[in-house]
Write a protein that binds this ligand. Structure first.
Ligand code: FMN
Length: 305
């Protein structure tokens, strides 16, 4: 099943404001949904399941059939055990229309999500992982392509999207350096249903990123994005100025001890002290309100439709 028409009708433009650790909070999610795009946030942005229930209450009250839907993001490997069980219980109560899973096997949560009528999208970076997720029964795939903020993949969307579409007729979401409405339209031309924009939404008034982070997005260029496994232990994109600001030599970063085991001084942590951005940073030069950004993306999208 591709993207249901009943959902597409509620969107001004086929976009998800992607979930971002320490960046996406209720204000950004609500502004996104009320502007006509899918808002999302990682459950791990809440310190506890009680906080998660609070955010869900707030978002649920401000969204509904009259707005675009919202999505909850669960990092399966990071959220093992009690926290995942408790957060899934809360989801069962609020019935989010989308759950986006990442890092781990989605199979154990697929039936639960379907039971409340939700759709499950799973993050993948390669064809092999796309096939595994399809076997697990997901409704859609987020193809995290080269140049994406966070844990960007190694493959160009020009190669990946069409190949995945050739064997999968479910929902295809495409991520990686998308900052304009024109690029959103390109996703559809390739056979994708939705574009996934992360970095672009860090530089909005509603994002939880601190001002220095937002301002760095205005000056940093595409050439300044460093793809390295040194910061989080797996390959991800970070801003060069952010690496140098904490005293690291961006061209000589220490090798990690293993996946998710970076070898940095203890006080330096990925996402918090070292800031991520995707290659689309070179197209960002303002910090608008989300509603204004969505209006602009819609104009750009319509111009090339
Ligand atoms: C600062 C930052 C934090 C992120 N945190 C998460 C996260 O917690 N969970 C997740 O699934 N993806 C996370 N991502 C990836 C985004 O959801 C999305 O795939 C990516 O930002 C899209 O690429 P773009 O930034 O080039 O638009 C993060 C990305 C950034 C830039």
């Amino acid at each position: 099943m591709s993207l249901p028409a009943s959902i597409r009708e509620r969107l001004k433009i086929p976009v998800i404001a992607a979930p971002m650790f320490l960046v996406s909070g209720p204000e950004l999610v609500i502004a996104a949904c009320q502007s006509g795009i899918i808002g999302s946030f990682p459950a791990m942005n809440c310190r506890s399941s009680e906080d998660f229930a609070g955010w869900m209450t707030q978002i649920d009250a401000a969204t509904g059939p009259h707005t675009a839907p919202y999505a909850v993001n669960m990092g399966l490997a990071r959220m093992r055990g009690e926290r995942l069980i408790a957060d899934m219980d809360i989801c069962r109560k609020f019935k989010p229309e989308f759950v986006i899973t990442a890092v781990g096997n989605p199979a154990p949560v697929v039936d639960d999500i379907h039971e409340w009528g939700g759709l499950i999208l799973h993050d993948v970076t390669t064809i092999k992982h796309a096939q595994k997720a399809i076997e697990a029964g997901v409704d859609g795939l987020v193809l995290v392509c080269a140049g994406a903020g966070g844990h960007g993949g190694p493959v160009s969307p020009l190669a990946l999207v069409e190949q995945v579409r050739s064997f999968f007729d479910g929902i295809i979401v495409v991520a990686g350096g998308i900052s304009t409405g024109r690029a959103v339209r390109a996703v559809e031309v390739l056979g994708g249903d939705l574009a996934y924009l992360g970095t672009r939404f860090i530089a909005t008034t509603e994002s939880m990123a601190e001002d220095a982070y937002k301002n760095m997005l205005l000056t940093e260029q595409t050439k300044d994005i460093v793809y390295t496994n040194a910061v989080s232990g797996v390959p991800a994109n970070f801003m060069r100025s952010s690496l140098t600001a904490v005293g690291l030599d961006a061209d000589n970063l220490p090798a990690p001890d293993g996946p998710f085991q970076p070898n940095l001084p203890e006080h330096l942590t990925a996402w918090k002290s070292i800031w991520s951005a995707g290659q689309g940073v070179g197209l960002i030069d303002d910090i608008p309100d989300t509603a204004d950004l969505v209006a602009r993306l819609t104009r750009e999208y319509e111009e090339v439709r």
